[in-house]
Design a protein around this ligand. Structure first.
Ligand SMILES: *[C@@H]1O[C@H](CO)[C@@H](O)[C@H](O)[C@H]1NC(C)=O
Ligand SMILES: *[C@@H]1O[C@H](CO)[C@@H](O)[C@H](O)[C@H]1NC(C)=O
Length: 332
């Protein structure tokens, strides 16, 4: 009798696990870039607030495990130190204050605007915030997919790798690394980590894009240094820098490379002035709306496939792309 009751309980638990298998068996991430408010009151833009509200809605619905923030965390000149008021005004009050966003960790990298200020101050702030995680200029994240498989994300500093840009209105390419040794060290670290990765899904995430059709266009330094690695090790590249949402895909026999630009969490830039500077036919999606509330991305990664979704600041799903594990026969 005692035995039967015990068996019954186990059965009930097993059934409920199957019923919610879609949500439980995945790694779920939200991704945003170029979200860093303004240096003057109210220290945030309507777009930033719109994105925060919709991220809160996604958090409540899907319970993502983590957020990736791809740089330009504080416009226009980063922070002065880890005591800077901007952490409170542009980050905690806008995002951490939203229901559902108060306990999801943010994993950050620095953008060109952050490098105008004190990136060490942003790294240091990790010790003060419940959810701000910026352990170093570059680092690796690993998530086990509950349904099987591993997701690895290399968070990189493209400014240390390629140099900073000039003033915004110049729209220029990074000027070359300030510290050549540090740039070489990082590239060696990226190469080693990609080479030794056995992850089912491999992502590299940084601030500058490899390819973009927008205001800043492709980053030549990343085409030279990073593109061959992304190709060789079948990694998907995530970036910000241009203030819109883009998917670019380069396919040839035996080659399938995906690039996402996710830089629409504070400003909107409609320019597509570099449309002719990306591989022909590679631009699959481009979105920016001046009078709208920006956007971000939500990704659900399962054992067999992953879905990448662009969501706008009013909660509309704009675009979806399915991705496959590196070794899957569906990859190409
Ligand atoms: C940068 O921030 C760190 C941490 O708050 C601080 O110790 C350091 O003095 C700051 N550097 C400058 C140049 O202000
Ligand atoms: C994606 O994976 C789900 C299960 O995780 C499966 O039901 C679906 O058929 C897959 N889709 C494709 C196109 O492989």
């Amino acid at each position: 009798m005692k035995m039967a009751a015990h068996t019954g309980l186990v059965f009930v638990i097993a059934l409920s696990a199957i019923a919610s298998c879609q949500a439980v068996d995945s790694v779920r991430l939200m991704i945003l870039g170029d979200w860093g408010g303004l240096p003057t009151p109210p220290y945030r833009t309507a777009i930033e607030v719109g994105v925060a509200k919709q991220m809160s809605a996604v958090a409540k619905k899907y319970g993502p495990q983590a957020i990736l923030a791809l740089g330009d965390n504080f416009y226009f000149d980063g922070v002065k130190n880890s005591d800077d008021q901007r952490f409170e005004e542009t980050f905690e009050k806008v995002f951490a204050a939203q229901p559902g966003l108060d306990s999801i960790p943010w994993n950050l990298v620095a953008g060109n605007h952050d490098h105008n200020g004190n990136v060490s101050g942003q790294i240091e702030y990790t010790k003060r915030s419940k959810i701000w995680r910026f352990p170093n200029y570059y680092y690796s994240l690993t998530y086990n997919i509950p349904g099987g498989g591993v997701v690895q994300i290399l968070m990189i500093d493209t400014v240390l790798l390629c140099g900073n840009t000039g003033a915004d209105y110049l729209h220029d390419q990074p000027h070359g690394p300030q510290d050549l040794g540090a740039a070489d060290d990082q590239l060696a670290w990226i190469t080693q980590n990609m080479k030794s990765s056995s992850a089912d899904y491999l992502f590299v995430a940084g601030h500058f894009p490899v390819y973009s059709i927008a205001e800043h266009g492709p980053t030549q330094c990343l085409i030279d240094k990073l593109l061959p690695l992304l190709q060789q090790y079948k990694a998907v590249y995530l970036s910000g820098h241009d203030h819109n949402l883009q998917h670019l895909q380069v396919t040839k026999p035996g080659l399938n490379m995906n690039f996402f630009v996710i830089g629409a969490a504070n400003f909107a830039d409609l320019s597509n002035q570099h449309a002719k500077d990306v591989p022909s036919g590679s631009s699959k999606f481009f979105w920016a709306k001046e009078m709208d509330l920006g956007g971000f991305a939500y990704m659900e990664i399962m054992k067999q496939n992953a879905t990448f979704t662009f969501i706008d600041g009013v909660g509309k799903n704009l675009y979806q792309k399915m991705l496959f594990p590196r070794m899957s026969s569906s990859y190409n």
